[in-house]
Write a protein that binds this ligand. Structure first.
Ligand code: B1M
Length: 803
C-alpha cells in the first residue's frame, strides 16, 4: 500500500489552503492563470508551499489546478506540471516541520464543459486528464486531488483518468451550490455512490462557501460515505473592500468551525479560496487533540443517476422492464432503424407511470449491442434522471455503457458460472455498480430454493475476492412460469426468503415470467407480485404501464404504511380507466400513444428531439398555423421547463434537451414559413447580446420579422458589441434588434446600444427578451421595446417609418 494511502487510513489529514488568492496578493492579476504565472515566479509558489508545510499541512498541492491539454500545448503542459511538482517537492524538502509530508497533483476542471452542457466529449476529457496524470506520476507525486468540479461527469472523467494511468491514491472534492447540488444536479448522496464505486480514496467538498455554510453538505457525506470525508472550504464569502478582495471568516472562526466538523467525523481538512498558512496553522492547533473518527462502512445498496440516488432495501422499488426488444416487434424495428425517439418515449412513459429505475436491454438479432447499449444509455440519461439498470450478456456492451453512464448503474447481470463472474466483477470493480446476481450457473437453474441460495453464496464469495462487498449484489431467485411447473412460483418465493434471511442481501425479480402461457396474465402476475413483496422483495422488474401490476405494487406500499397519506395509491386510482370520462376508457395504449403522440408541447417538455420535429411537421401538414405552433406549444413548454429549473425540479441537462427539441421543431417551422419575395423592406441586424446563449426567442423574432419582408442579418448569439456595430455599419442598417434573457447580460445590451448610438447614429435599436420591461429598455437607452415577436414587427414598422 502506498505510504499516503496508509497515512489516510490511520490519521487526520491536513491539506493546504488557498493558492490562487494568495498569488493575487503577490502580483497575479485577476484573470491570469496561476499555473502559467507560477512558471515565471517559482520562488513565490515555492515559498507559499513551504509556508503551508511549516504551518502543519500534510499535503500540499502542486500549482497544477488549471494545467491541462485543453488549455496548453504539450510542451508547455509538460514544463508546467513537472516544474510545479518539483517546486512543491523542493518546498517539502526545505521545510523542517515535523509532520509527514506529501505532494499532490492538483486536477481542476478542464475549462470546457462536457456534453451535454458543452462541446467536450467524455473520452476527450478522460484523455486530457490522463496526460496530466501521467506527467504527475513522472514527477513523483504522492497522490492526486481532483477538486472544484461542479459536473459529476467531468469528475468521473478525471477519476477514471487517474485510475487508468496510475495507482495514485485519489481525493475527490466537488463544489456545491447553495442548494446542496452540483451544476449537473448531483447531490452528496449521488456523488458518494458514483465516486466510491469508481474507487476514490476520500471524497468531499471544496471551495463553495465558508465552513459553517458548507456544514450541511458535509454532514450528508458523513451520513452515507464509507471512505474518509474531506472538507476544504473557502474563508467565507468574498467581497471587495478598498479595491481588495476580502473574505468574511477569519482564521480563528474558520478553525473553530472546522474542529466541529472534525468532531462529527471529517478526516481530511484544509482550506480553499481566501485561506492562508495562518488559517492552516490555526486549524492544526484547533484539531491537535482530536483523533480521527473510525471509518464506518455504510453497506448501503445504492444506485444512482446523475441527480438521483436510489437506496434498495428501505422499501420496495419498481424497475421498468419495457426497454427490451424481446417479443416486441415494434421495439425491434425501432432498434434496427436507430429510432431513438421511440425508445426514449418508452423510458419516459414508464417514468410517468411510477418507475423508479429503468432496465435497458437492446439485445436483438442484427444489433451491435456494444454500440447500441452506450448510445441508448447516453440518450436516455439526457431525458430522464431515473437510475438505469444496464441489461446485457455482452461484457463489451456493459463496459461501453458503464464507462459513459453518469451515475452508478445496476448491472443486469452476473450469475454463478465462472465465465460470468470473471467477466462482470472486473467491470464492477472498475466502474462501480450494483450487480443483479442470477441464481443459476453452468448447470442451469436449480430446482430447489436451497440450491439457489448456494449459488448466491458462491457469488458473494467470488465477489469478495475482487474486493466487492455483498451490499453491491442484489439477488434474483429467478421466476419460472407456473403454466409448465406448478411448483415454480413456490420455489422462487422460498429462494427469495432464504437468500434474504441467510445472506442479508437485497433481492430483485423479473416478475412477469410467472404468467407466460396463461390467459389474463396480469391477474395472476399481480397476485404473484404481491406475494414476492410480502416475502421481502427489494425491487420488482415489472411493467409500470400495466394498471393491474402497478395497482398491486402501490396497494402493497399503502397497506404497509410505506405510502404517506396513500398519495401514490390515490394518484394511481385517479388514472384508472374506470375513473376517466367514458371516452378515455378503452384498449390499453401502445407506447406510441402514451409517451409520444402527445403533441409538440409534450415533446419539447420532455426533450424528445425527433418527436418534436416529427410532430411539428405533421401539425404543419395538417394545416396548423406555424405561429400558433410557436405561441401555443413551444413557448408554454419552454416556460414550464424554466419554472421547473427555477424550482430545482429540473436540471440543466433537461433544460438543454428541451431547448434542443424546441429548435428541432423550430427548424421544421422555419422551413415552411418562407417570406413573401414580393415584400422587400429595410435590413435589420439581429443578435443575442454578448455572454448570452439564449437564442430561441431571437430566432422566433427573426422568423416573424422576415415573414413581414424585412431582410434580416442574424449574427447569432453571444455577439460582442463590436460585431453588432460592424454589421450595422457594413449594411448601413437602419434598425438593429437585440435580445437578452438574463439579468446578467442586460449590461452587455446597454453597452451595445451605447456603442451603436455613438458610432452609427442613423440606426435605431429595438430590444426584447424575457428579462426586459418597457421601462427597463428605456433606462438602458433602447429606442424601442418589443414584448414578443409580433410586437417586434410593429416596432420595426414604427422605427422604419420614423427613420
Ligand atoms: Co437558460 N435561463 N440558462 N437556458 N433558460 C433562463 C432564461 C432562466 C430564466 C431560467 C430560470 O432560472 N428560471 C435563467 C435566467 C435567470 C435570469 O437571469 N433572470 C436561465 C439561466 C440562469 C441559464 C444558465 C445560466 C443556466 C446555467 O448554466 N446554470 C445558462 C446560461 C448560459 C448563457 O447564456 N451564458 C442557461 C442555458 C440555457 C440553455 C442553453 C439550456 C437553453 C437555451 C438554448 C437556446 O436558446 N438555444 C436555456 C433555456 C431554453 C431557458 C428557458 C427555459 C427558456 C428560454 C426560451 O427559449 N424561452 C428560460 C426560462 C424561461 O424563460 N421560462 C431560461 C422561449 C422564448 C420564445 O422566449 O426568449 O423570452 P424569449 O423570447 C420571446 C420574447 O421575450 C421576445 O419574443 C420572443 C418570442 O415571443 N423576444 C424579443 C426575445 N428576444 C427579442 C428581441 C426582440 C423582440 C422581442 O427584438 C430584437
Amino acid at each position: 500500500m502506498s505510504r499516503f494511502r496508509e497515512f489516510l487510513q490511520n490519521n487526520l489529514v491536513i491539506l493546504d489552503g488557498g493558492m490562487g488568492t494568495l498569488l493575487q496578493t503577490r502580483g497575479l492579476k485577476p484573470g491570469e492563470a496561476p499555473e502559467r504565472w507560477g512558471l515565471g515566479h517559482r520562488d513565490v509558489t515555492r515559498a507559499i508551499h513551504k509556508a503551508y508545510f511549516d504551518a502543519g499541512s500534510h499535503v500540499v498541492m502542486a500549482n497544477t489546478f488549471g494545467a491541462n491539454p485543453v488549455r496548453y500545448d504539450g510542451t508547455t503542459l509538460e514544463t508546467m506540471v513537472l516544474t510545479a511538482v518539483s517546486d512543491a517537492q523542493a518546498a517539502r524538502d526545505e521545510s523542517d516541520a515535523p509532520q509527514e509530508k506529501f505532494v499532490a497533483l492538483d486536477l481542476g476542471p478542464t475549462g470546457q464543459l462536457l456534453k451535454p452542457f458543452g462541446p467536450l466529449d467524455f473520452e476527450d476529457a478522460v484523455s486530457a486528464f490522463a496526460q496530466v496524470v501521467r506527467l504527475g506520476v513522472r514527477a513523483g507525486v504522492d497522490c492526486a486531488v481532483i477538486e472544484t468540479m461542479n459536473d459529476s461527469q467531468e469528475t468521473r472523467a478525471a477519476l477514471l483518468a487517474v485510475k487508468e494511468n496510475s495507482d495514485l491514491p485519489v481525493l475527490v472534492c466537488n463544489a456545491y451550490g447553495s442548494d446542496g447540488k452540483l451544476m449537473s444536479g448531483a447531490s452528496p448522496e449521488v456523488m458518494t455512490a458514483i465516486l466510491e464505486g469508481l474507487g476514490a480514496d476520500a471524497i468531499g467538498v471544496n471551495c463553495s462557501y465558508g465552513p459553517e455554510t458548507m456544514a450541511p453538505v458535509v454532514e450528508r457525506y458523513l451520513a452515507c460515505a464509507s471512505v474518509p470525508v474531506i472538507c476544504k472550504p473557502n474563508a467565507g464569502l468574498p467581497s471587495v473592500a478598498d479595491g481588495k478582495t476580502v473574505y468574511d471568516v477569519d482564521a480563528v472562526s474558520f478553525a473553530a468551525s472546522m474542529r466541529t466538523l472534525c468532531e462529527k467525523g471529517v478526516r481530511v481538512l484544509g482550506g480553499c479560496c481566501g485561506t492562508t498558512p495562518e488559517y492552516i496553522r490555526a486549524l492544526v492547533r484547533a484539531a491537535a487533540d482530536l483523533a480521527p473518527r473510525s471509518l464506518q462502512p455504510k453497506r448501503r445498496t445504492v444506485i444512482a443517476s446523475r441527480s438521483r440516488a436510489l437506496v434498495l432495501g428501505d422499501r420496495p422499488v419498481m424497475i421498468g422492464e419495457r426497454i427490451n426488444p424481446t417479443g416486441k416487434r415494434r421495439f425491434q424495428k425501432a432498434l434496427a432503424e436507430g429510432d431513438m425517439g421511440y425508445i426514449l418515449a418508452e423510458g419516459i412513459a414508464q417514468e410517468e407511470r411510477g418507475a423508479e429505475a429503468l432496465d435497458v436491454n437492446v439485445g436483438a438479432p442484427g444489433i451491435d449491442e456494444a454500440a447500441m447499449l452506450p448510445r441508448v444509455t447516453d440518450e436516455l440519461q439526457a431525458v430522464t434522471d431515473l437510475p438505469l439498470q444496464l441489461d446485457s450478456t455482452s461484457p463489451a456492451a456493459l463496459e461501453a455503457a458503464l464507462r459513459l453512464y453518469n451515475g452508478k448503474a445496476m448491472i443486469n447481470s452476473v450469475n454463478g458460472s465462472e465465465a460470468s463472474m470473471d467477466a462482470v466483477f472486473p467491470l464492477m470493480k472498475k466502474y462501480g455498480g450494483v450487480a443483479v446476481g442470477l441464481t443459476l450457473d453452468e448447470r442451469g437453474i436449480p430446482s430447489t430454493a436451497e440450491e439457489r441460495l448456494a449459488i448466491a453464496e458462491r457469488i458473494i464469495g467470488r465477489a469478495a475476492e475482487y474486493g466487492i462487498g455483498p451490499e453491491s449484489l442484489v439477488f434474483d431467485p429467478l421466476t419460472m412460469t407456473v403454466s409448465t411447473d406448478g411448483r415454480a412460483a413456490r420455489v422462487t418465493l422460498d429462494a427469495l426468503h432464504l437468500i434474504r434471511e441467510r445472506t442479508g442481501c437485497r433481492t430483485v425479480l423479473g416478475v412477469s415470467n410467472v404468467s407466460f402461457g396463461l390467459p389474463a396474465r396480469e391477474v395472476i402476475g399481480s397476485a404473484f407480485l404481491t406475494m414476492t413483496l410480502e416475502r421481502g422483495l427489494s425491487a420488482a422488474i415489472m411493467n409500470p404501464k400495466s394498471d393491474a401490476m402497478r395497482g398491486a405494487f402501490l396497494s402493497f406500499l399503502a397497506l404497509n404504511g410505506m405510502d404517506e397519506h396513500c398519495a401514490g395509491y390515490i394518484a394511481h386510482a385517479a388514472s384508472l380507466p374506470a375513473m376517466q370520462p367514458a371516452a378515455a376508457a378503452g384498449a390499453p395504449a401502445s407506447p406510441a400513444q402514451t409517451a409520444s403522440g402527445k403533441g409538440l408541447r409534450y415533446a419539447v417538455l420532455k426533450g424528445l428531439c425527433a418527436e418534436a420535429s416529427r410532430t411539428a411537421s405533421s401539425e404543419l401538414d395538417a394545416g396548423r398555423d406555424p405561429l400558433a405552433l410557436v405561441q401555443e406549444e413551444i413557448i408554454p413548454a419552454l416556460n414550464e421547463v424554466g419554472e421547473g429549473f427555477e424550482a430545482k425540479t429540473l436540471f440543466l441537462p433537461q433544460l438543454m434537451m428541451s431547448a434542443e427539441a424546441a429548435e428541432a421543431a423550430f427548424r421544421e417551422i422555419k422551413a415552411r414559413a418562407a417570406a413573401d419575395p414580393a415584400m422587400q423592406r429595410c435590413p435589420i441586424v439581429l443578435a443575442t447580446v454578448k455572454g448570452d446563449v439564449h437564442d430561441i426567442g431571437k430566432n422566433i423574432v427573426r422568423l416573424i420579422v422576415e415573414n413581414y419582408g424585412y431582410r434580416v442579418t442574424d449574427l447569432g448569439r453571444d455577439v460582442s458589441p463590436e460585431a453588432v456595430l460592424d454589421a450595422v455599419v457594413r449594411l448601413h442598417a437602419p434598425i438593429c434588434g437585440l435580445s437578452a434573457l438574463m439579468t446578467t447580460t442586460v449590461p452587455a445590451m446597454e453597452e451595445t446600444i451605447a456603442l451603436i448610438h455613438r458610432e452609427a447614429p442613423w440606426c435605431r435599436v429595438m430590444v426584447g427578451g424575457a428579462v426586459l420591461t418597457e421601462a427597463y429598455a428605456a433606462q438602458i437607452g433602447a429606442d424601442a421595446y418589443a414584448r414578443d415577436a409580433m410586437a417586434a414587427v410593429r416596432c420595426a414598422e414604427a422605427l422604419e417609418a420614423g427613420t
